[in-house]
Design a protein around this ligand. Structure first.
Ligand SMILES: [Zn+2]
Length: 252
């Protein structure tokens, strides 16, 4: 390990050893529904990740939004939930999180990374070697409710992890391509699909949309496409459908 990495590890250890603020506990319990799905060990790991993520990233409010700890913790907790099975420095290339109060339109009319026109309001963006940008209203909604298989925070951070190659295993691309082609076909035929039709935009969007469903409606996805589920389980090194079953068994 070189000197810079050793220094980074020492700083990270110091940050994660500091006591987790009581107000942040409340935020996790009240504003991050996914926190309740975790067992005690996983909760402790998530808190360490949140503490590091909040302090290591540069946070910036846009469109007049004042960034406070609740915003930082709600977004960090969802980002860390996604990466819980990955190396603890999975987000090391990500420097900044920009947050708008709600959906925004790019003032310069640039195209988003997904190539879509930005004249329509955006809820989130992720840029290679650049920031993740989110609408606070939608990030907050995503944290509070696990429902429709949609989560803008998971979506954008999945783009970041995808772009940084933090987790790809051999063979995953074939499974992804096959699932993507099926999804495009179903969408073209106007069929109702478990995954958001937006996933038919391109393979990059498909991966992000599939990630949302994998964490938000895991048992449904496992029934619908076991190969895609298995591929994502290997990518993220998490098994959210089993987590869901364990909760159903204990009734908590
Ligand atoms: Zn996207």
């Amino acid at each position: 390990m070189n000197f810079v990495r050793r220094l980074w590890h020492r700083r990270r250890a110091r940050r994660t050893r500091a006591p987790f603020p009581e107000a942040w506990f409340s935020t996790l319990r009240e504003d991050v529904a996914h926190y309740a799905l975790l067992d005690e060990d996983e909760r402790a790991r998530l808190r360490r990740c949140v503490a590091a993520f909040v302090s290591e990233k540069h946070w910036e409010g846009c469109g007049g939004l004042h960034i406070d700890d609740r915003i930082r913790v709600v977004i960090a907790a969802q980002a860390c939930y996604l990466a819980m099975g990955l190396a603890h420095d999975a987000y090391r290339r990500l420097k900044s999180i920009l947050v708008y109060p709600s959906a925004w339109v790019d003032p310069r009319g640039r195209k988003g990374f997904d190539g879509l026109d930005t004249s329509s309001p955006r809820l989130g963006e992720a840029w290679p070697h650049g920031p993740v940008i989110l609408s606070w209203r939608d990030a907050q909604r995503a944290g509070r409710r696990i429902e429709h298989g949609r989560n803008v925070v998971f979506h954008e951070f999945a783009h970041h992890l995808d772009m940084s190659d933090a987790m790809h295993s051999t063979g995953s691309h074939d499974v992804l391509q096959r699932a993507y082609r099926t999804h495009v076909e179903q969408t073209r035929l106007g069929r109702t699909t478990l995954l958001d039709p937006y996933g038919a935009t391109n393979e990059i969007e498909f991966f992000a949309v599939a990630t949302e469903c994998f964490f938000e409606r895991p048992a449904h996805l496992r029934n619908d496409d076991p190969h895609l589920y298995e591929m994502l389980r290997r990518c993220y090194r998490q098994d959210p459908a089993r987590r869901e079953e364990a909760i159903d068994r204990t009734g908590t």
